[in-house]
Design a protein around this ligand. Structure first.
Ligand code: HEC
Length: 288
């Protein structure tokens, strides 16, 4: 553990001077030293970068996942034998183009603010008659497995907003409330390390190994983060959704496991989305 901790510390590029930065950095080192001590295999950085380069040459594997999703969108399924083609993602039934650039948003038919994944589940349940618990039981693919239906659908919908301007709405009272709660969660400190999201994401130029820790309080970084998730993760060989991104950061923060589609997850995604308004969608991206 000692040796690993030292290695971790050496791998972190220190940010510019500043007590706050240092405090956060110290905290981050704690978490990542712990990470290294868990059963996760240490990745081979060199091999990974090489794989990454090859992937970029061949194109983004997310395209294949999106193709699968396109097929699923049009396939008649469930007790009602319906496709998702009548699903309203916010811009009207069946409109996929540009929809993700304006999510999360308020939906009157559910009287709730929903992110993309919540809305897809809503459509599967209401249009296709599928069982909510079954649909949400296993949203993320495991190592070496092919994309789940949710991942595929997400890839398809998200691809249809590439190049669009991010415009997450704040017109409805519930949208503003979701943003306010999301902001609160972002700065809320707790858990064994007394971390908040901001502990890792409110400092400039902080890195852990190859992973940049974007300062999500800055417009440019906030836009880039929102614009590039969901993403195909080369290191995991899988398309990862925005819900997964938040779930994994909760884990890194040593918070209780984030429940799929929970209000807290939608609030955080709303906060990130509104902060990114004005940016340009570029997802699914390809990431380390
Ligand atoms: C212990 C440090 C840590 C904490 C706390 C943390 N994150 Fe992260 N976060 C990371 C790391 C590391 C990455 C980059 C992962 C990578 O590159 O693979 C990341 C990436 C992200 C990204 C994607 C950024 C991009 O440009 O790709 C978002 C969005 C994000 N985190 C949101 C959050 C939110 C919201 C919280 C609070 C619930 C949070 N993070 C808490 C370490 C943390």
């Amino acid at each position: 553990m000692k040796t690993r901790e030292t290695t971790m510390m050496q791998r972190i590029e220190r940010p510019a001077r500043g007590t706050a930065a240092r405090l956060a950095l110290g905290a981050a080192v704690g978490a990542f030293a712990l990470n290294a001590g868990l059963a996760q295999p240490r990745d081979n950085t060199e091999a990974e970068i090489e794989k990454y380069r090859q992937m970029l040459q061949d194109g983004n594997p997310a395209e294949l996942v999106a193709l699968k999703g396109e097929g699923l969108w049009a396939r008649k399924q469930g007790p009602k034998g319906a496709s998702l083609e009548a699903c309203d993602l916010g811009l009207g039934p069946g409109v996929v183009k540009g929809a993700n650039a304006q999510l999360p948003r308020y939906f009157a038919d559910a009287n709730a603010v929903m992110d993309l994944e919540s809305r897809l589940v809503h459509c599967m349940v209401t249009l296709q008659g599928l069982d909510r618990n079954k649909v949400t039981a296993r949203p993320y693919s495991g190592a070496g497995q092919s994309a789940t239906d949710m991942e595929a659908l997400v890839a398809f919908v998200v691809e249809e907003s590439r190049g669009m301007r991010i415009a997450v709405p704040q017109g409805h009272r519930m949208e503003r409330e979701a943003f306010a709660r999301g902001e609160k969660i972002f700065y809320y400190r707790g858990g064994p390390y007394d971390f908040s999201c901001a502990s890792c994401h409110a400092v400039d130029n902080q890195r852990i190994r190859l992973q940049g820790l974007p300062n999500l309080t800055k417009d440019e970084a906030a836009q880039k983060a929102f614009a590039t998730w969901p993403a195909y993760r080369v290191s995991q060989g899988a398309l990862r959704t925005m819900q997964w991104r938040i779930y994994d950061c909760f884990r890194q923060q040593r918070f209780p496991e984030l429940k799929y589609l929970s209000p807290a997850s939608v609030d955080l995604i709303t906060f990130l989305g509104v902060r990114a308004n004005g940016g340009t969608m570029d997802n699914p991206a390809i990431k380390r």
